[in-house]
Design a protein around this ligand. Sequence first.
Ligand SMILES: [Zn+2]
Length: 231
Amino acid sequence: MKHLIRLTTIWLATFFILGTVNDRAMGYEFRVLIDAGHGGVDRGAQVSRRVFEKDVTLAIAKKIAEILSHEPSVDTVLTRLDDREVTLEARRSVMKSANADLFISLHINAGFGMTASGYEIYFSEFPDTEQKEPEAGDVIDDMLETTYINNSIRFSNIVDRELGLVFPREGRGLRGAPMAILEDAPLAAVLIELGFASNVDNRRALRDNNTQERLAGVIADSIKIYFAGAR
Ligand SMILES: [Zn+2]
């Protein structure tokens, strides 16, 4: 465990240095941070006898990064590059330090019976502002948060439409919901559930390299469309 924590720390430090050296001076306009859900001992949902959610999310994250590497205006950073555990705190700390414009967390659903299938897109809901007394600095914070949530919804709509073009009738819609990784995110942030490990057809598709390529292609397209609209 200690070894794992040290590895993660070294990796985070390396990321930070590379991230700094590699900053906007290098010519890109936008940075996307892709978060492959789970990793290491945290395997996530079981997709087949030997394949878990952590493997599928990493494979798709890497494919997205590969596609976007041909896009000079977009820089892609991943929260993990291999099969290792990354804590929620570590992921959130990268969200804060990565200086990214968009955060996408990739997951696979499970449950709701064996017939539930398709993808879901989550973003943070608007906070209930009437509950609290306003304090100094709150106005700016609220404005920023509103911008982040509006942008999260804009990206959610794009990725929902684009996924729907390639995977028709698979969309289960956009959901504003409290998700630990998205809570108080300091940037536009969404979580995509790419399908259901508990559904036999989804399970087969998710471990198929061709489907993974198509999912990655659609998400990369959505990122390009989103950033084109932010210029
Ligand atoms: Zn998950």
